[in-house]
Design a protein around this ligand. Structure first.
Ligand code: SME
Length: 157
């Protein structure tokens, strides 16, 4: 099982600036290196109303932009609830950026009641993400939020 306590300590030590861009890049690289069986990790940011634009990521070039009305990322943005999808082929409006993706976890990043963006993680393995993974990755998102000046990023609406 993944040791999320250890990952939380490591990520906290890694994020040694308040700059959200640096921290988002570091966080996506850290997750790609430390979590097994992933093919894509990255951030989508809300910088226009009801739209997600691609931010720092690891993996293949990805879809951009993503409207709130579409895909697993859009569902996370609309609902502000983590989306844990065991089989992306079973989601009718799943957006296939990388044909290898089989399961997906998308965590909304909410700051002061504003949706800043989402963290999207894809795996080539069906049902890669357990409830424990969801809770652990949500904790790692909290480390990113607490370490970063997210209100200083850009006007979003
Ligand atoms: N699969 C996502 C789109 C983003 S890519 O996976 C990087 C979705 O359905 O929203």
């Amino acid at each position: 099982m993944t040791d999320y306590d250890s990952l939380e300590r490591q990520l906290t030590a890694l994020l040694d600036t308040r700059d959200w861009l640096t921290n988002a890049a570091q966080t996506s690289a850290f997750l790609m290196q430390t979590l097994e069986k992933l093919n894509w990790v990255g951030f989508y940011l809300q910088r226009q109303p009801e739209t997600l634009i691609l931010g720092p990521f690891q993996g293949l070039p990805a879809c951009n932009p993503i409207p709130f009305s579409k895909g697993v990322c859009g569902a996370a943005a609309r609902s502000r609830q983590t989306q844990r999808v065991d089989d992306v082929h079973a989601v009718p409006d799943h957006i296939a950026c990388d044909a290898a993706s089989r399961s997906e976890l998308v965590v909304p990043i909410v700051v002061a009641d504003d949706l800043w963006g989402v963290l999207d993680i894809d795996s080539p393995v069906p049902a890669r993400f357990s409830r424990e993974d969801q809770a652990g990755i949500e904790r790692l998102c909290r480390v990113f939020i607490d370490a970063s000046d997210l209100t200083a990023s850009a006007p979003r609406r």
